[in-house]
Design a protein around this ligand. Structure first.
Ligand SMILES: [Zn+2]
Length: 324
């Protein structure tokens, strides 16, 4: 069973918001593309794992563990009675080759050696052995969910650490006979105790460096026409409720400006006064926790991101969205 949700990484949410509110240079554009490709790979992985079934396992997804003073990110940890399996998901596409320990795409040498990364990630988990009274195994695989990924070169021993797209179903089914009893449950508890928030996400943009207004969730255009309870996009014809627009703006604010306090006055400026202050106040109260007194309140978004807020509050919204 999946114990943790897979969410879009904070970095992806930052660049996605920045691409709307300010625009991206070529490098950031490519970086965003890679982040999106990575997220798509994780979705494919989850889907295939779901199909194969994992009710007999504890599966952690997308987590940061602090072990002995340093923090390591894991795409997936599979816990069963025999131990922990690390799966690092690499959604590469195209032709790659390996020479020694260096991976190449064409003439371009990848800065990180994926296998060494995996070994370090596995090594960290071995240190958890001190926290439990029984022996367990830790192993790892690099999983490549993209159908268009091809790898040449590399010694035979390399390939025993890799799972290619065509082999993923068989790989997931290989866990069929595993089970999760007392040891697995204790291991899962130990892992849970070491989970920390992502300490590496530090990206920020200045409040004055972005445009003001609201943008269409369908096409991204800021050319919107105000209606009673909606905004109509003049570029693509989508019509979204004021609530949807404000939740998106609140979520983007969170990822764009980091520690900057979200006050109703600042929020009003951010969205260019596109809705009246009472509507804004109502949405802030619904989707955020407030600290401080009314006018100077600092609002903290209650949800991870726009997608989560829309899902969790879908039954409490009065007006529908019409996306083209
Ligand atoms: Zn539009």
């Amino acid at each position: 069973m999946f114990l943790t949700d897979r969410k879009d990484p904070e970095e992806l949410l930052f660049y996605q918001a920045l691409s709307r509110w300010r625009g991206l240079d070529k490098n950031s554009e490519e970086h965003l593309w890679r982040l999106r490709r990575g997220a798509a790979g994780e979705r494919t992985y989850d889907l295939l794992f779901d199909e194969a079934g994992h009710s007999n396992l504890y599966v952690f997804r997308d987590l940061y563990l602090q072990i002995e003073g340093s923090v390591t990110q894991y795409d997936t940890l599979i816990v069963s009675e025999s131990g922990i399996t690390v799966n690092e998901i690499k959604n590469f596409s195209g032709d790659y080759r390996v020479e020694g320990t260096t991976w190449y795409r064409g003439d371009y040498a990848l800065p990180d050696d994926a296998l060494s990364q995996l070994r370090r990630a596995v090594g960290k988990l071995l240190r958890l052995k001190r926290a439990v009274s029984f022996e367990f195994e830790v192993s790892g695989k690099l999983v490549f969910p993209h159908e268009e990924f091809r790898l040449s070169g590399g010694e035979g021993s390399l390939f025993q650490h890799l799972v290619m797209r065509y082999d993923m179903r068989r790989y997931f089914r290989s866990f069929e006979n595993e089970y999760s009893g007392g040891c697995a449950s204790e291991l899962a508890d130990v892992i849970e105790r070491h989970i920390v928030p992502n300490p590496y996400f530090k990206l920020r943009v200045e409040f004055d460096m972005v445009r003001q207004g609201l943008y269409c969730g369908g096409c991204g255009s800021f050319r919107l026409e105000k209606q009673s309870f909606h905004h109509l996009c003049l570029s693509c014809g989508s019509r979204e409720s004021n609530e949807t627009h404000l939740v998106r703006a609140i979520s983007d604010f969170k990822y764009l400006f980091g520690d900057l306090e979200m006050t109703s006055r600042r929020m009003m400026g951010f969205m260019g006064g596109a809705v009246n202050v009472r509507t804004l106040q109502r949405i802030l109260n619904k989707y955020c926790d407030a600290a401080g007194r009314y006018k100077s309140s600092n609002y903290i978004f209650k949800y991870y991101d726009f997608t989560e807020a829309m899902k969790k509050e879908q039954n409490t919204r009065k007006y529908k969205d019409y996306l083209n």
